[in-house]
Ligand binder design. Structure first.
Ligand code: NAI
Length: 462
């Protein structure tokens, strides 16, 4: 048995960041992780491997769509799927080993195995029980199941299986037009699969600014996606190596079907809180299965904290990381804080989609007076040079004070561009503050400044 100031359960972005920051703040810390490698879903079977596949298939798309236009003739690379998967795995391995290195560097003890909490102040890993003044649960999430759909991770897959298919399917049905469905759908669409997305709602990417969602759907349709919207999937049947998805359109009674080589179920994730002993410990849960916490991330049991996908809020790695940092500060006797009003969301398709803060729809519902500054990438020289001038930047500011309330971008580098707006929002900036900031020419970021200008006297290049 060993004794620690803090034991973190879970080595994903929330947990490992929390553990490292605890160590930086002088606490004796251990992190429990049952996988063979650190990094959780994000590094092993989520954000990172999907970005590797999005990168290689983006280049493939560029070869086919844009090389000739740029005077690059005759290139015709073929896809070696095994090699592409090996590249993806190399990227994953490099990153997971990187976390192991950071643990050693910061003297974080990795307790290998699955942890449970037999009582407050104790964590059981395998047969050993360790002591901790405080425990942080960062156990993450797993794909939510869909009634009538049995996942075999071969033909009917979650995001995990979708990263490791034996072969590239000719046809794929994606259930759910959320982030996972559209990112992984993009990968296979670019690899030549005919991708059909079946979505329950009448628009893709729920919660996103409606104008961005509409434009995004149009662009994806042009790239070859088929969308069946307003359709509730009721089941999937596998027969003869193919899967048939049954759905019912909201406008109409009859059941319809669509058949494909692979079906990706991407209808959301749920907190992974099983086997931790939470019920016996008396930890209160939210109605939707998350661990209930107070404003300081403490659960209903003193000395037991929880962060990340296991608690309420967007299931995003960076939200978990920020909570991990904040809880480490709190446990070190400082003031940890997460500003939930400024958490960016990014979809890593081409073009990228990114947003932060309020959407117009939210502001309307709240009855707030706002103004919108919009700038199309068509007026941005850099975007035009790379054939990605379809999107726009939409900046929303308070009508009276000009304070920035939100930003929604679809276009090149959106996932990076959004952060200048995040910083501006953290500092309580106005649209004019952004508009008066010099932006290098020619960069995509000029489109953000132009949107800020459009909130005032008007954009220059539109
Ligand atoms: P999601 O919640 O983003 O989207 C699920 C979609 O499935 C929704 O549009 C929903 O209306 C639809 N749906 C649900 N039941 C359905 C049914 N029976 N028939 C048809 N459609 C149905 O969930 P997703 O994409 O699985 O992602 C899970 C989590 O992982 C999300 O919280 C997401 O933010 C996160 N994630 C974030 C990434 C990023 O930041 N780039 C990448 C991948 C995942």
């Amino acid at each position: 048995m060993a004794s620690f100031d803090v034991i973190v359960i879970g080595g994903g972005p929330g947990g490992y960041v929390c553990a490292i920051h605890c160590a930086q703040l002088g606490l004796k810390v251990a992190c429990v992780e049952g996988r063979e490698t650190l990094g959780g879903t994000c590094l092993n079977v989520g954000c990172i491997p999907s970005k590797a596949l999005l990168n290689s298939t983006h280049h493939l798309h560029e070869v086919h769509e844009n090389f000739e236009k740029m005077g690059l003739m005759g290139a015709n690379p073929t896809v070696d799927w095994s090699k592409m998967k090996a590249y993806k795995q190399d990227v994953v391995d490099g990153n997971t080993k990187g976390i192991e290195f950071l643990f050693k560097k910061n003297k974080v003890t990795w307790l290998k195995g699955w942890g449970s909490i037999p009582e407050a102040g104790k964590v059981k890993v395998g047969d050993e029980v360790h002591e901790a003044k405080n425990i942080v649960i960062a156990s993450g999430s797993v794909p939510a199941s869909l009634p009538g759909v049995e996942v075999d991770e071969k033909i009917v897959v979650t995001s995990t299986g979708a990263l490791a298919l034996d072969k590239i399917p000719e046809t794929m049905v994606v259930i759910g037009a959320g982030v996972i469905g559209l990112e992984m759908g993009s990968v296979y669409s670019r690899l030549g699969a005919k991708v059909t997305v079946v979505e329950y709602l009448d628009a893709i990417t729920p919660g996103m600014d409606a104008e961005v969602a509409k434009s995004f759907q149009k662009i994806l349709s042009k790239q070859g996606f088929d969308f069946i919207l307003g359709a509730a999937v009721s089941g999937v049947k596998v027969d003869g190596g193919k899967a048939t998805v049954t759905y019912k359109l909201k406008k109409g009674d009859k059941e319809e079907t669509v058949t494909a080589d692979t079906v990706l179920v991407a209808t959301g994730r749920k907190p992974f809180v099983y086997g931790l002993g939470l019920e016996a410990l008396g930890v209160e849960m939210e109605q939707r299965g998350q661990i209930k916490t107070d404003a300081h991330f403490q659960t209903s049991v003193k000395g037991v904290y929880a962060i990340g996908d296991a608690i309420v809020g967007p299931m995003l790695a960076h939200k978990a990381e920020d909570e991990g940092m904040a809880v480490a500060e709190i446990l070190a006797g400082k003031h940890g804080h997460v500003n939930y009003d400024v958490i960016p969301g990014v979809i890593y398709t081409t073009p990228e989609v990114a947003s932060v803060g309020k959407t117009e729809e939210q502001l309307k519902a709240e009855g707030r007076a706002y103004k919108v500054g919009k700038f199309p990438f068509m007026g941005n020289a850099r975007a035009k040079a790379i054939f990605q001038a379809e999107g726009f930047v939409k900046l929303i500011a308070d009508k009276a004070t000009d304070r920035i309330l939100g930003c929604h971008i679809i276009g090149p580098g959106a996932g990076d561009l959004i952060h200048e707006v995040c910083v501006a929002m953290e500092f309580g900036a106005s649209a004019q503050d952004l508009a008066l900031t010099c932006h290098a020419h020619p960069t995509y970021s000029e489109a953000v400044r132009e949107a800020a200008l459009a909130c005032g006297t008007g954009a220059i290049h539109a």
